[in-house]
Design a binder for this molecule. Sequence first.
Ligand code: FMN
Length: 357
Amino acid sequence: MGQWPDRRILDLLGIELPILQAPMSGFSTVEMAVAVSQAGGLGALACAQLSVSQAEDELISFRQSTNRPINLNFFCHRALPANPVAMAAWRKRLRGYFDELGLDPDAEPLAASRLPFDEAYCALVERHRPEIVSFHFGLPQAGLLARVKATGARVLSSATTVAEAVWLEEQGVDAVIAMGAEAGGHRGSFLAQDMNAQPGTFALVPQVADAVRVPVIAAGGIADARGVVAALALGASAVQVGTAFLFCPEAKISDVHRRALDTAADDNTQITNVLTGRPARGLTNRLMREVGPISSLAPAFPTAAGPLAPLKAKAEAAGFGNFSSLWAGQSARLAPHLPAAELTRRMASEALDRLSA
Ligand SMILES: Cc1cc2nc3c(=O)[nH]c(=O)nc-3n(C[C@H](O)[C@H](O)[C@H](O)COP(=O)(O)O)c2cc1C
């Protein structure tokens, strides 16, 4: 077997293959993380929708299954105070859908369930010392970040522009995830506002690699070995792959989402803020078409999702994803539909074959 041209991420994270399974809040599982880490890549546990005790249970279960490194991932958005005016305008915009589905538009919406990294999650990191801690939407405030770093964890975060990558390096991250516009799920953006101006992976990765000294992990649109080789050629030391892992049997995914993924093409995803209040890429559905894809009415992340919950549940029960977050990136169709360990190994071995050909 050939050698990887750039070992920086392998040595930094203590892994054998430059394949990171993307943390995917609500979709990735402990089984997936164990499979990827045991295969030599880096498995991740996404904590944004887990309570501290649920995250702890997942971490313990991971540790009982393998002694390989783990990436514990958190969102670090600012939880804004409730905005009743914005919420009322959003519920008014959705009212027609409640009427159509025979639901009570005045029922109190569920509280949003995505939590930012805080004191309690930080204490969890201090107790369990995951080898890697990654953040989405920037970084937590300096005091919490210093405590994470004091545990010895390697810290990663996503950048969607060169300016975000430079900012992350200045704050002391150990590696930057350069997340191109092709990527599925929430954009990691925290300085960039204009989603129409987001660079694609092919443009972003080499410009980030030129701008920072820390190693770069490419993310967005990488779903097979060709993407891995291209990312390495562009200056990345490793890749982070999300969408391709959604097709693994280890993924936790609704029937509606799974069926929608089977229709995925290069041109049927969009970046939208109407599902959660923050821009994310998913398969185009009715809500995105009729209310978005970007709407100034969507209240702040994650509160936009609250009033959608009953619509989503009712539509899904009837087999429709009209109000669901059908997250997917632009390369979903390239995904080979393999178990997570095999996917990890195959992407790596085919990439090495191509590199040494
Ligand atoms: C379903 C889904 C959920 C995601 N959730 C998270 C998350 O919780 N934390 C995070 O850092 N990134 C999350 N991401 C973004 C990934 O880390 C990664 O940047 C992206 O999947 C790469 O692009 P790809 O989907 O084309 O492989 C998510 C992506 C997807 C597809």
